[in-house]
Structure formats: structure tokens, C-alpha cells
Design a protein around this ligand. Sequence first.
Ligand code: FES
Length: 74
Amino acid sequence: MTTSDDTRTAQPDITVTACPDGPLLVRGPATILGPDGEPVPRRRATVALCRCGGTAIAPWCDGTHKVNGYRSDD
Ligand code: FES
């Protein structure tokens, strides 16, 4: 017998890790949506989402957090 819990556990793992003073690392097949609600194409299994606001390639991190003084609270 299959239950809804069985379906959930069969899904691939998706994790989001907050990097200290840096981006959010998304591992796994998460769909990233842009401000228009449309999926943003991704080419890698792990992607870095900017949370400093300084990137030139939103929503992805471009490393600007290393030079703009961004500090996270975590
Ligand atoms: S977190 Fe890396 S550029 Fe914003």
C-alpha cells in the first residue's frame, strides 16, 4: 500500500544552506522562480542565490558579496 508519505520520501532531496556572509546554496532539483513567476533556467545541480543584493546576474550570486561588505546574521 502506498500512502502520501511514501510519495514524499521518494522525492529527491533539496537542501538550502545559508553561507555565512554569502549566498544561499540550493542543492537538488528545486525550481527557481523569477519575479515574474517563471522558472529561471539553471545548468547546475547546485546553485548559489544572492542574498546581499549586489549581484549583476540575479538571482545568482556573482561573488560581489565578498567586496560589498555584506554580513549575514547567521
Ligand atoms: S550573495 Fe553573492 S553576490 Fe550577493
